[in-house]
Design a protein around this ligand. Structure first.
Ligand code: ZN
Length: 201
């Protein structure tokens, strides 16, 4: 059994930090020590930033993004193409696509993927709201930016069926060789997807 090296307050800080993605107990311990040692430069401003976040963070009622305003910054941005919607599984995917900075569109967060084994059906995701948005906002293109997993692709097919009959183009992200990737290191599924999704040169 490991012995506590600090008082319960610090152990609590370590325990909470260890719940963050990418941080295990060891790195949480290092992060806690770093925060404590940088109290004025880091711990105090971080605590203040977190208090503001607790008070002000809301889920956007249009797209499902998290922000400090509703509608969110992206939905309120008049320079974005209102006729192009990018469908993502969760907010992390939305933020990842925004980091890439190639799309000037708006988003729709599904809140997960269809997964009958886990009891996740269409009513658990914001699919009805998506169909309503496509009609109400005269959306002309829906880009299905879901994960290349069985659940992600099942969800993409389901949404495509739901949108059939509406005057909207439905596309999905290409599957294949990552930028900078070497063919020799790719699995067979990725290679065959890359060959099937080949584009004219
Ligand atoms: Zn929004």
């Amino acid at each position: 059994m490991s012995r506590a090296v600090a008082g319960p307050e610090i152990e609590r800080l370590i325990q909470l930090l260890s719940k963050l993605p990418g941080l295990g107990p060891r790195s949480a311990r290092r992060a806690a020590l770093h925060l404590i040692q940088k109290k004025d430069q880091l711990l105090v401003p971080l605590t203040q930033a977190m208090e503001v976040a607790v008070d002000r963070v809301v889920v956007c009622s249009r797209c499902g993004n998290v922000d400090t305003s509703d509608p969110c910054t992206i939905c309120s941005d008049q320079r974005r193409d209102p006729h192009m919607l990018v469908v993502v599984e969760d907010v992390a995917d939305l933020w990842a696509l925004e980091r890439a900075g190639v799309l000037n569109a708006r988003y729709h967060v599904l809140g997960g993927t269809l997964s009958p084994l886990d009891g996740v059906g269409p009513d658990d995701l914001s699919i009805d709201a998506l169909v309503e948005r496509v009609s109400a906002d005269a959306v002309t293109e829906v880009i299905l930016a879901v994960n290349a997993t069985v659940e992600g692709q099942t969800t993409a097919h389901f949404i495509t069926d739901r949108l059939a009959g509406l005057p909207v183009k439905v596309s999905r992200l290409a599957h294949g060789v990552p930028v900078g990737g070497e063919l020799d290191y790719l699995d067979e599924g990725t290679l065959s997807a890359a060959i099937r999704s080949r584009t004219p040169f």
